[in-house]
Design a protein around this ligand. Structure first.
Ligand code: FAD
Ligand code: NAP
Length: 548
């Protein structure tokens, strides 16, 4: 017999090969797997469709050397199962990609999720039928499936940005992309290697590539702020202590601004003397990680306060990098610290002291093109055995727009979002009934601990679906007004900060032609979660519910 809500065993096939289920979830990362778990509990026949060859999403695809989490392992993990949380043993403060992937695979097995996950299955279209109020989901192989509910768990950072560098196709050496890293662990020993890009991915893999390569050239367009991880192994005593207080730790995280408790002084940077400020920054630098930015309340809102933190990091770069000219090129100057995602590294700036590493500053000598045997800048022709692209993602909207989502009357999401995404609470879109986005634009999402943000969204979605099922409702749809009001609120909150003016993937400027919109919600995970709860408690204010 098939377990309640399982889609395996007896697919309800129809002539023409169309399969009917209750819910389709697109994506088998942390979000998709948890959505499957929750929707199954409601007794819904649920299928997860995943383009990749395994579960894990981000952690399945990004297996480049040095890939590592920058949220601590005890926080970057599901909280929904006390047993799971007690039994899993993390080995490092910041887990490496392989450990997170092993964890996700453990979850998939422990909760028997795999039987409803279809791998190697890319969704190319999801279309709503006004008459039947069902979604028809079409895969790249041409298979079709219908469902009452469609949950887009497609990820905020799952579509690598098209590398917009002329001549890339002509390159005859080995070409790698951090976000599509091969499974066979390429060996760079003795090779001439190039890495293009110095965001979080580049900053993590550059030190590892430098250790292997004969010579590594780093092609940097914008210098980035980075703080040390100060990663360390975890021990059994610490593990026991943490697990003893896990419930209260999670409660505190759930009512925190970032979905993870960030200790703050609660003061402005200018309420204290320069000496005290320096001590505070130094202590945070020694502790490691993104908590560095929690030092003062105005770092993300006041340019002068921000500059005290930025200058501290620039001083560390000057101190670390022995060649002053190289150090000068590595200094980030033209945007406030933290308004692009702060990078967390292990030995990044030190890497430039190695004799086998050369920094190429693309602001001085831009890339003209990729040639069959390397990279041509305005100053030189470089020959490489391998080129690594760490050039980032079409973030937040990329996966949703690639899937050709069509709502009422065939309205295309791509048209609706021509001027930027509009999503009520980052969860639902006017004109697209019964479709939910997980950590979509307009939610705290990438500004929070993503696992908690995912859990909060999936739980809200599952509760909403239960409400619809129990109340005999056919559809739920965000109103245009509620969506507009929310978009305005998201923009207003962002304007109170230093974020929107910085070019970054948060505003979409990394992808040519993408409309400039600050996409995540900066109002805080705690405030946001309360708002979602209130909306549900108020009978889904801002939504129209249609009776069956
Ligand atoms: P994903 O993990 O991206 O999974 C989405 C899945 O959907 C993918 O497997 C994709 O193949 C699939 N998919 C997309 N479109 C389709 C389609 N049309 N058809 C079928 N399948 C599709 N966040 C943190 O909070 N802390 C961190 O330290 C952190 N580190 C990161 C490191 C890297 C290298 C990257 C890229 C991101 C990191 N993130 C981090 C963000 C990370 O994406 C989230 O934490 C989390 O893993 C997202 O899970 P998800 O399930 O929402 O999306
Ligand atoms: P990213 O932050 O967007 O960085 C991309 C880099 O590539 C930038 O340095 C960019 O330069 C450069 N680049 C892009 N196109 C280029 C071109 N045509 N020529 C030269 N340089 C080019 O992407 P990412 O590093 O993959 O990180 C994305 C996000 O994923 C992070 O912000 C973070 O949220 C997440 N992530 C987290 C971790 C972690 O530590 N846990 C690790 C990896 C990723 P410009 O800045 O000049 O555009």
């Amino acid at each position: 017999m098939t377990a309640p809500g399982s889609a395996t065993g007896s697919p309800e096939g129809r002539p023409g090969g169309v399969e009917d289920v209750d819910a389709v979830v697109v994506g088998a990362g942390l979000a998709g797997l948890y959505a499957l778990y929750r929707l199954r509990q409601l007794g819904l026949r649920t299928v997860v469709l995943e383009a990749g060859g395994g579960v894990g999403g981000t952690w399945y695809w990004n297996r480049y050397p040095g890939a590592r989490c920058d949220v601590e392992s005890y926080d970057y993990s599901y909280s929904f199962s006390a047993e799971l949380q007690q039994e899993w043993v993390w080995t490092e403060r910041f887990p490496a990609q392989g450990e997170v992937l092993a964890y996700v695979n453990h979850v998939a097995d422990r909760f028997d999720l795999r039987r409803d996950v279809r791998l190697h299955t890319r969704v190319v279209q999801a279309a709503f039928d006004d008459d039947t109020a069902r979604w028809t989901v079409t895969t790249a192989a041409g298979d079709r499936m219908t469902a009452r509910y469609c949950v887009m768990a497609t990820g905020c950072l799952s579509i690598p940005k098209d590398p917009d560098i002329p001549g890339l196709d002509s390159y005859e050496g080995n070409l790698y992309q951090t976000a599509r890293w091969p499974h066979d662990d390429p060996d760079f020993t003795g090779q001439r290697v190039a890495c293009i890009g110095t965001g979080s991915s580049g900053i993590q893999c550059i030190p590892m590539l430098a250790r292997q390569a004969g010579h590594l050239h780093v092609f940097q367009r914008t210098p980035n702020f980075s703080v040390p991880a100060q990663n360390r192994p975890l021990d059994a005593a610490g593990d026991r202590a943490m697990k003893a207080r896990y419930p209260e730790h999670r409660r505190a995280a759930r009512s925190s601004y970032a979905g993870v408790v960030i200790a703050t002084t609660g003061r402005s940077a200018f309420e204290v003397s320069p000496e005290e400020r320096r001590r505070e920054y130094e202590a945070r630098w020694q502790r490691g990680g993104v908590q560095f930015l929690g030092a003062y309340t105005d770092i993300r809102t006041d340019t002068a306060a921000n500059d005290t933190a930025a200058e501290f990091v620039r001083d560390r770069i000057r101190e670390t990098v022995s060649d002053p000219e190289v150090a000068a090129r590595l200094l980030p100057w033209d945007y406030p610290i933290g308004t692009k995602r702060l990078c967390v590294d292990t030995g990044y700036f030190d890497t430039y002291n190695r004799p086998n590493v050369t920094l190429v500053d693309l602001r001085e000598t831009p890339i003209e093109r990729i040639t069959p045997d390397g990279i041509r800048t305005t100053a030189a022709d470089h020959r490489f055995d391998s080129i690594v692209l760490a050039t980032g993602f079409d973030a937040m909207t990329g996966a949703l727009l690639r899937a050709d989502i069509r709502g009422r009357g065939g309205r295309a999401l791509a048209d609706e979002w021509a001027d930027g995404p509009r999503v009520y609470l980052g969860l639902a879109i006017n004109g697209f009934p019964n479709l939910f986005t997980v950590t979509g634009p307009g939610s705290p999402s990438v500004l929070a601990n993503m696992v908690l943000a995912i859990e909060q969204h999936v739980e809200w979605i599952a509760d909403c679906i239960r409400y619809l099922e129990e109340g005999g409702f056919r559809t739920i749809e965000a109103t245009d007004q509620a969506q507009d009001d929310w978009a305005r609120h998201v923009a207003e909150v962002a304007e109170l900060s230093l974020f929107p003016k910085t070019d970054s993937w948060y505003v979409g400027t990394n992808v040519p032609g993408k409309p400039r919109t600050f996409m995540p919600y900066l109002g805080g995970f705690d405030t946001y979660s309360r708002r979602c709860t209130e909306v549900a408690a108020g009978g889904y204010a801002g939504f129209v519910l249609e009776k069956a």
